[in-house]
Ligand binder design. Structure first.
Ligand SMILES: *[C@@H]1O[C@H](CO)[C@@H](O)[C@H](O)[C@H]1NC(C)=O
Ligand SMILES: *[C@@H]1O[C@H](CO)[C@@H](O)[C@H](O)[C@H]1NC(C)=O
Ligand SMILES: *[C@@H]1O[C@H](CO)[C@@H](O)[C@H](O)[C@H]1NC(C)=O
Ligand SMILES: *[C@@H]1O[C@H](CO)[C@@H](O)[C@H](O)[C@H]1NC(C)=O
Ligand SMILES: *[C@@H]1O[C@H](CO)[C@@H](O)[C@H](O)[C@H]1NC(C)=O
Ligand SMILES: *[C@@H]1O[C@H](CO)[C@@H](O)[C@H](O)[C@H]1NC(C)=O
Ligand SMILES: *[C@@H]1O[C@H](CO)[C@@H](O)[C@H](O)[C@H]1NC(C)=O
Length: 410
């Protein structure tokens, strides 16, 4: 009898201990970058410094590669390597032997490729011009250095449009044989009509927060910006333009939180960009990116506007629907065509976004708490699993708009 009693006690102790262990071994959720790289959260700083070094070496390497013997580079943080599309390996040996490069040869992987930069660039430029004149619907084009080819991405739904057919025919007539890919693009989410909640406290507006338009469409806040008169604006995508007012719409919310104001300027070409003047002084913009799903890093401070410079570098987005997600730079120079407008010099990254995320910030991490703003989401092609986005870059915004200052925390 006594033995039974003890063993039950022991069992209960073991049960309690295992409960204790389950609770305490529960890991905090992975940060978006840890998901991308498939690493643990505490390894992020290490991999960020690997990426920084690869980007630096890539910057030294690229000017040394001539356009006929090579076909582009991309960095691979996980393998700690820079891949170089190579047509001529004699030339590659000479590059490896250069004094600037010699110390980094263990980071370089010259792989055989068939398309030189000269060929890719001239064909891409031609396709770019064709897109500009045919204006296909929901279409993006870019050189993918990893695949060493030109990609023309579009939606299944717009495949049969007259302009898309004519565009593709023109490419095929030239025998360029780029790779055509199609996404099964979904319709925008159909949300119920939200109602304004009673106003209480001052509402903070972070990059990545939701914007509700009066016609019941959603976009995302890009970033806080000021003009010469020190008037504050919220930057977002120009295609989010609507005549009426914009409301702050928090993540996971069913109602807008506050009025922001109206969009004072908006463009669809050459860049997809608009500015909402903050009319309501109960709303206060904040120079940070929303990352509320994180346990520890709920707000990422926008430190500067330094853009990524290597294919394969990480980029992340923050937006109303998708929250924070990360992917890789595919190109620093692609185009997008939406049927009525054409934009080039956009970044393309493989991030899965959907329409309510439009206008949200695109950024890269400097550390777990600080980011560099790279631009805003202009276009996304996506299906259930995969997607790519086109990014209106900060440099194209500052080139196009006079006297605009991005508010950062230096
Ligand atoms: C490869 O590069 C070497 C060194 O620059 C050059 O002499 C040779 O002509 C190149 N080969 C081809 C096929 O272009
Ligand atoms: C590397 O460079 C040295 C001189 O800097 C030269 O003597 C040597 O032949 C070169 N090797 C190759 C493979 O080009
Ligand atoms: C270069 O990359 C290829 C393909 O990923 C791989 O098979 C090869 O081992 C790499 N070479 C080096 C030296 O890492
Ligand atoms: C790239 O190379 C492949 C294989 O040689 C070829 O089929 C394709 O047409 C090339 N792409 C371009 C844009 O020239
Ligand atoms: C596009 O549509 C075709 C048929 O119209 C279908 O076979 C294909 O799987 C679709 N592609 C995607 C990515 O859904
Ligand atoms: C601009 O306005 C902000 C408040 O919105 C204020 O803190 C800042 O000092 C002003 N800057 C200048 C240069 O007037
Ligand atoms: C906010 O604006 C109202 C009028 O629109 C004004 O009465 C109030 O003083 C302003 N508050 C601040 C803090 O500027």
């Amino acid at each position: 009898m006594k033995g039974t009693y003890i063993s039950i006690n022991v069992l209960m102790f073991i049960f309690a201990l295992s409960n204790y262990l389950t609770v305490h071994s529960q890991k905090e959720p992975k940060e978006p970058l840890a998901k991308l790289w498939n690493i643990e959260n505490d390894e992020i700083p290490k991999y960020l410094s690997i990426e920084k070094k690869l980007t630096m070496v890539d910057g030294i390497l690229k000017p040394l590669l001539d356009d006929d013997n090579f076909g582009g580079t991309y960095i691979d943080v996980i393998h700690n390597m820079i891949f170089v599309s190579t047509l001529n390996f004699t030339k590659a040996e000479q590059i490896k032997n250069r004094t600037e490069i010699r110390q980094y040869t263990n980071l370089l992987n010259f792989t055989r490729a068939h398309n030189s930069t000269t060929r890719l660039n001239s064909r891409f430029q031609d396709i770019n011009n064709l897109a500009k004149s045919y204006m296909p619907e929901s279409c993006m084009g870019y050189i993918n250095s990893k695949i060493n080819n030109i990609i023309i991405a579009s939606c299944n739904e717009t495949r049969k449009e007259t302009s898309n057919i004519a565009f593709i025919k023109a490419i095929n007539d030239r025998k360029y044989y780029p790779i055509f890919t199609y996404y099964s693009c979904l319709e925008p989410l159909n949300n119920e009509i939200p109602r304004l909640k009673s106003r209480d406290t001052v509402n903070r507006i972070l990059a990545g927060d939701g914007l509700l338009l009066e016609d019941n469409l959603f976009c995302s806040v890009g970033f806080w910006t000021r003009d010469k008169q020190n008037i504050s604006y919220i930057a977002t995508a120009g295609h989010c333009y609507e005549h009426g007012s914009y409301y702050l719409y928090p993540w996971n919310s069913k109602t807008p939180a506050a009025l922001i104001g109206k969009m004072k300027v908006h463009f669809l070409e050459p860049i997809d960009f608009g500015l909402i003047k903050i009319k309501n002084n109960d709303t206060q913009p904040v120079p940070s990116v929303r990352n509320s799903d994180s346990e520890r890093y709920k707000e990422l401070i926008i430190k500067d506007i330094i853009s990524v410079s290597s294919n394969g570098a990480h980029l992340c987005s923050s937006g109303l629907i998708s929250h924070v997600k990360c992917g890789y730079v595919i190109t620093l120079n692609g185009f997008s065509s939406s049927g009525n407008s054409f934009r080039d010099n956009i970044f393309v990254a493989n991030i899965h976004n959907i329409p309510g995320d439009s206008g949200g910030p695109i950024f890269s991490y400097k550390s777990l708490t600080q980011v560099s703003l790279n631009g805003i989401v202009s276009v996304s092609l996506f299906d259930d699993m995969n997607g790519i986005i086109g990014v209106t870059t900060i440099s194209s915004i500052l080139n196009a708009i006079e006297n605009l200052e991005v508010v950062t925390v230096p």
